[in-house]
Design a protein around this ligand. Structure first.
Ligand SMILES: Cc1ncc(COP(=O)(O)O)c(C=O)c1O
Length: 376
């Protein structure tokens, strides 16, 4: 792709940080691990960070720590990346999908409140595309109804709501550092909590369940192999040092897109801000205006791809996925999710995207839309 959908920002300082690790014998469980964990937890505003090899691993550890009875209901959006659903199913829990708001593409406290039943034990609150949820209201709902608040800030490092960072509100929160994210470790993720017992157990679980207090060959519980190497941690730490600049540059890229797309009637642009906080843009996703739908969206995607411009359909509704075909309580009706999923178009988005590249993308998009107009 001439203009990719996402691209990591790797500087000489990042390369040097990784090389410094490679000049030592400590490639795992060295000094970078606690340094990265502590710096991230401090940035977010949680007491403990437990670095793991992916955001999904962090989610899996979170559910292990919650230790919910099988069949417990977990509320989540259907318009989302598949990772939370995968973990919910693997942990033998029951997904309860709620609809989203057309403008924010996020679940709302009202929709969550309406989905609560006596079996609700947790919610996965996802800040979709980096736009923060009303976490103060979700926190209040979780406290009132006594279910766990698992905050999935994988797409939202640096986002803020009510003067707190995304990731600081959850009983357990998760981050992800795949190369399309605001900062990357190559592969990686982190579990955050302010509960010291959970942090300690998560550290055991990520390393086969080994208890540092026991002899190396004595096994206290069955764990996972979810460690994150020193090279990954060094890269993450170097990137975290410039997270504020990254968030600002991504906001500036979104603003350029907004200006250049402003005159196109078929394109609905995402709002550039939120009332009580700050977006940390994960990607830039527009919607096609009615009556354009899935067929037009797919043809626009194909046309951009043919010109070397990556464009994606982020996301397909989870409640319609074949992996849920056997679930008796599905399908359910989530009209906004279905309408939105048919019309979203993710455009190339990363912090180093230039104005010239954005112009190329928006020119290609308006030409393709003009052709569609001529055909109808
Ligand atoms: C909302 C959300 N949760 C979890 C994940 C999983 O992260 P990973 O791909 O590192 O496993 C992602 C990844 O993009 C995500 O967007």
């Amino acid at each position: 792709m001439r203009i990719p959908l996402a691209q990591p920002e790797i500087t000489d300082a990042d390369r040097e940080a990784v090389l410094r690790v490679l000049r030592t014998p400590h490639l795992s469980f060295g000094p970078m691990l606690p340094e990265f964990e502590n710096a991230t937890a401090a940035y977010i505003g949680q007491s403990f960070g437990v670095a793991v090899n992916s955001g999904t691993s962090a989610l899996q550890l979170a559910f292990r720590l919650l230790d919910l009875p099988p069949g417990s209901e977990v509320i989540l959006p259907s318009f989302a990346f598949v990772a939370p659903l995968n973990v919910i199913l693997q942990e033998k829990l029951r997904p309860v999908f709620v609809d989203i708001d057309t403008a924010t593409l996020n679940i709302t406290p009202e929709a969550v409140a309406a989905a609560i039943t006596p079996k609700t034990r947790a919610i996965v609150a996802i800040h979709t595309f980096g736009r923060p949820l009303a976490m103060d209201r979700l926190r209040a709902l979780a406290d009132q109804h006594q279910f766990a608040l698992l905050e999935d800030a994988c797409e939202a490092l640096g986002a803020e709501i009510a003067e707190r960072k995304a990731g600081s509100w959850g009983d357990l929160s998760v981050l992800a550092f795949y190369p399309n994210k605001q900062i990357t470790t190559g592969e990686g993720g982190m579990l955050l909590t302010s509960n010291p017992d959970w942090a300690e157990r998560a550290r055991r679980l990520r390393n086969q369940g080994r208890d540092p207090a026991l002899d190396w060959c004595q096994q206290a519980e069955a764990g996972f192999s979810y460690r994150l190497s020193e090279m990954n941690c060094a890269l993450g730490l170097a990137q975290l040092r410039r997270i504020e600049a990254i968030v600002q540059r991504r906001q500036a890229v979104a603003e350029v897109y907004d200006r250049k797309l402003a005159g196109i009637p078929e394109i609905l642009r995402p709002a550039l801000g939120v009332p009580r906080g700050r977006i940390s843009w994960f990607c830039y996703v527009v919607q096609l205006a009615h009556p354009l739908g899935q067929a037009e969206r797919d043809s626009l995607c194909a046309r951009l791809l043919a010109q070397g411009i990556a464009a994606g359909r982020y996301f397909a509704p989870l409640h319609r996925q074949p992996l849920l075909a056997g679930e008796k309580h599905l399908p359910i009706e989530l009209p906004v999710t279905e309408q939105v999923a048919a019309r979203v178009l993710a455009l190339p988005f990363f912090s180093q995207l230039t104005e010239t590249q954005i112009q190329e993308v928006t020119d290609a998009l308006s030409e393709a839309l003009a052709d569609l107009r001529r055909k109808t």
